[in-house]
Ligand binder design. Structure first.
Ligand code: SF4
Length: 267
C-alpha cells in the first residue's frame, strides 16, 4: 500500500503537518546566504553516456582483472559501464576483503538529485543496493514527502562502495581510495543538486570536518553543482527529534534546486 504525502510526513515524525506557501521563506534558512565554499577545482564534467533508467540494481557485471591503486589513474576517462565494472572488481583498499559485493549506487542516470551516504551496511552488501532496510525506508519517505522517488530524477550512492566490517565508519584512507569513483559518478551523472547525508559524505565531497549542525542550511558547491548537507537516515532513526531538522534541510535543498534551475537575472 502506497503512503500519501501526509502519511509520509507523519512517518518521518513531522507533525503537525504544515505547508510551505509559495514566496514563504522560513527565517532560519536564508536563501540569499553567500556561497560558503568555493568549487573544488575539479576537472570539467564529462557528459553522461547512458540514457535514464529506472531504479533497478545494476545487472550482473562480467568479471575483470582485479585492480589495485595503480589501476585508478584513468578513472576520470571511464564511461558508466566501465566504471561499474571497475568498482565491482576493485581491490584498491582493504574494504574489498570482506564485502559480498561492491555497491555502486542506484537510480536515474540523468538525475536532478544526487544523495550521497556513507557506505553499504549488511543489507546493502547482501542486496547490492544502497539504503535498503530501515534507513532506506526512512530515506524513501523523505523523498516521497518531496514528491520524488529513487529512480525518478534521483540517484543514490555512497562515499565508499564496499561495506566496512561491523558497519564501522570508513577510515580516511578508505575514503581517499574510493573518492575517484565518487568523483567520476558525479561527473557522469551531472546532478542539479547534491545532498550529503551525514559527516562521512561531507568529509568525502567537501573535505570539511565541521559539525553537521554548523553546516546545515548553507549552500555549498562541488564542481559548480550546489551542495546541501543533512543528517544520515541511520542517525535520524536513533535521534527522532532531528527528523524535523532533516525535513527543513530537504525543503532548503528544494529551494536551492529551484533557484539553480531559474537563476535571478541581474538588472
Ligand atoms: Fe575499491 Fe572503494 Fe571498495 Fe575500497 S571501498 S575496495 S576503493 S570500491
Amino acid at each position: 500500500m502506497s503512503l500519501s504525502r501526509e502519511q509520509m510526513l507523519v512517518e518521518m515524525g513531522i507533525s503537525p503537518i504544515w505547508v510551505l506557501r509559495e514566496n514563504e521563506q522560513p527565517a532560519a534558512e536564508s536563501v540569499t546566504a553567500p556561497l560558503a565554499v568555493a568549487a573544488t577545482g575539479q576537472p570539467e564534467l564529462a557528459p553522461p553516456l547512458l540514457q535514464p533508467t529506472a531504479a533497478q540494481p545494476a545487472p550482473p557485471i562480467a568479471p575483470a582483472a582485479p585492480l589495485g591503486a595503480s589501476g585508478m589513474a584513468d578513472i576520470d576517462t571511464l564511461d558508466w559501464p566501465e566504471l561499474a565494472r571497475r568498482v565491482a572488481t576493485c581491490q584498491a583498499c582493504p574494504l574489498c576483503q570482506q564485502r559480498k559485493q561492491a555497491v555502486l549506487g542506484v537510480g536515474d542516470l540523468h538525475p536532478d538529485w544526487l544523495f550521497i551516504g556513507e557506505g553499504p551496511g549488511a543489507d546493502e552488501d547482501a542486496q547490492g543496493e544502497p539504503f535498503v532496510g530501515q534507513a532506506g525506508k526512512l530515506l524513501d519517505n523523505m523523498l516521497g514527502a518531496l514528491d520524488i522517488a529513487r529512480g525518478n530524477k534521483v540517484y543514490i550512492g555512497n562515499a565508499v562502495k564496499c561495506r566496512p566490517p561491523g558497519n564501522r565508519t570508513p577510515e580516511a584512507a578508505e575514503l581517499a581510495a574510493c573518492r575517484p569513483y565518487l568523483e567520476r559518478q558525479i561527473a557522469l551523472l551531472k546532478p542539479k543538486i547534491i545532498v550529503l547525508l551525514g559527516k562521512v559524505a561531507v568529509h568525502s565531497v567537501l573535505h570539511d570536518d565541521k559539525s553537521l549542525a554548523s553546516l546545515r542550511g548553507k549552500r555549498f558547491e562541488y564542481a559548480g553543482i550546489p551542495v546541501v548537507v543533512t543528517y544520515h537516515p541511520a542517525y535520524l532513526l536513533r535521534n527522532l527529534p532531528d527528523k524535523a531538522k532533516a525535513w527543513e534541510d530537504l525543503l532548503f535543498a528544494r529551494r536551492v534546486l529551484r533557484e539553480a534551475a531559474s537563476p535571478v537575472l541581474p538588472f
